[in-house]
Ligand binder design. Structure first.
Ligand code: ATP
Ligand code: MG
Length: 416
């Protein structure tokens, strides 16, 4: 697909419209996690009914949606019910079976479509896509090799020693640093591939990162695009810990290149919906470092949660607008912001006993916006919620963020 092929404009699904059967316009989503929950909130605020397809009885999005269809993602009856209830359908996570999206697309507009979600589900295809549009986007991915056979392993040893030390990543189902092993030698690589079950993988060269950032883009059925300024992200143990969203969070030349690259990647895919593209800033010997594209998520992203409190239009608002064929308003950030992820650790004290976080103190700090996802049980590493700090200026946002992080024992803010 190329930039000049636009999907035909769909007939908008207007909020509040009532069909012949007396049913209010309903938007559907595959998956019931926190991203689905925040999508539901945004859709309902506009006046839509919502339907969530999610196998778990208790889910963040299922709790708040008008309809919860509790079936597997590829259950024909569940999919038929979702299509029957909804005028347009989206997804909240990339590992929903692409086949299910294809089935839904037979009768309903589905955005993003099965083909692009399929690309984002597979690092091999994703990297091939990034490589295919590197000339237009101006940004390449990290040097890598596909590892699917013993012969591929041998080939790395013989011809691609430049990829070591590297990170072996499973092609499918990786998230929050799972399905990844860091390897220094060919022997370690062979052991890591066996440890990952000898499934299809990519071996990526370990790059000297100086920073990480991401860009959120929304593209409509008519090919129009709006985007947010890049966020700078800090990961701890492979999981996003902190997002810095304010003017000067990174060098403006790099920020502009990242934004342009993300937009051209979305165009090149013929994408419809909200897309997040993650980038590395690497020390390439140049004065300011270079940009490398890491991966993309075919949906709103954890690094865009600050948009709920710091922008006039959030990433979830844009997801709703894009899928429903409504105009895409260019978002405006009205406050600098820092987002702190709240993982399950916050609910445990130093002795491993469950504790209630000190919300009273946290919420006594100015401009702290707490979002909890309705998960009943905290587990280490589990995303339970996030806290966004906004403020009149960057210095006060940083000060409050440090104090909130201190109260909750959160990592990742040491550098500011
Ligand atoms: P998520 O889906 O949660 O963003 P993931 O499990 O898909 O994460 P990646 O984004 O590929 O994993 O990697 C997780 C983190 O590991 C990155 O944010 C980065 O900090 C580090 N990392 C990944 N690849 C490289 C690399 N080639 N060089 C250096 N660091 C890397
Ligand atoms: Mg990532």
């Amino acid at each position: 697909m190329s930039a000049d092929i636009h999907v035909a404009a769909m007939t908008p699904v207007f909020p509040g419209s009532v069909d012949a059967a007396g049913q209010l316009a309903t938007l559907g989503i595959m998956g019931g996690g926190q991203l689905g929950r925040m999508f539901v909130h945004a859709a309902q605020r506009l006046g839509y009914f919502t339907a969530v397809l999610e196998p778990d009885a208790q889910s963040p999005a299922g709790q708040v949606s008008h309809y919860h269809i509790q079936t597997d993602y590829n259950d024909p009856a569940g999919l038929a019910q979702l299509a029957q209830l909804c005028q347009a359908i989206t997804t909240e996570f990339e590992n929903v079976p692409a086949q299910a999206l294809q089935t839904l697309a037979l009768t309903r507009p589905v955005a993003p479509g099965a083909a692009v979600v399929g690309i984002a589900q597979n690092r091999i295809e994703e990297k091939a896509h990034f490589t295919a549009c590197a000339d237009v986007s101006g940004v390449s991915c990290a040097p890598y090799a596909v590892i699917e056979t013993l012969a591929h392993l041998q080939a790395v040893q013989d011809e691609r020693a430049d990829l070591l030390p590297g990170i072996l990543k499973t092609a499918r189902m990786g998230y929050d640093g799972k399905g990844q092993v860091r390897v220094k030698t060919a022997v370690e690589l062979a052991a890591a591939w066996a440890e990952l079950g000898s499934v299809a993988c990519v071996l990526e060269k370990m790059l000297p990162l100086t920073a990480e950032c991401s860009v959120l883009v929304a593209r409509g059925w008519d090919g129009r695009v709006v985007s947010f300024a890049p966020q700078r992200n800090v990961h701890v143990d492979g999981i996003l810990a902190v997002t810095h969203a304010y003017e000067g969070n990174m060098l403006s030349a790099l920020a502009n290149s990242a934004r342009d690259a993300a937009v051209s990647i979305a165009h090149h895919l013929g994408y419809v919906g909200v897309l997040c593209v993650e980038f590395f800033v690497v020390d390439d010997g140049s004065e300011h470092g270079g940009l490398v594209v890491n991966e993309m998520a075919p949906r709103p992203h954890n690094s865009g949660h600050y948009t709920l409190d710091a922008c006039d239009v959030s990433q979830f608002d844009l997801q709703v607008h894009a899928m429903a064929g409504l105009p895409l308003p260019p978002p405006r950030q009205h406050s600098p912001a820092i987002m702190l992820n709240l993982l399950g650790e916050v609910w445990f004290d130093a002795d491993g006993q469950l504790q209630e976080p000190d919300w009273y103190s946290v919420l006594s700090l100015p401009e702290t916006h707490l979002h909890l996802y309705g998960k009943l049980r905290a587990r280490p590493g589990r995303k339970m919620g996030h806290l966004t700090i906004t403020g009149p200026d960057i210095a006060s946002v940083k000060t409050v963020a440090r104090r909130a992080a201190g109260l909750l024992g959160l990592p990742g803010l040491e550098a500011i």
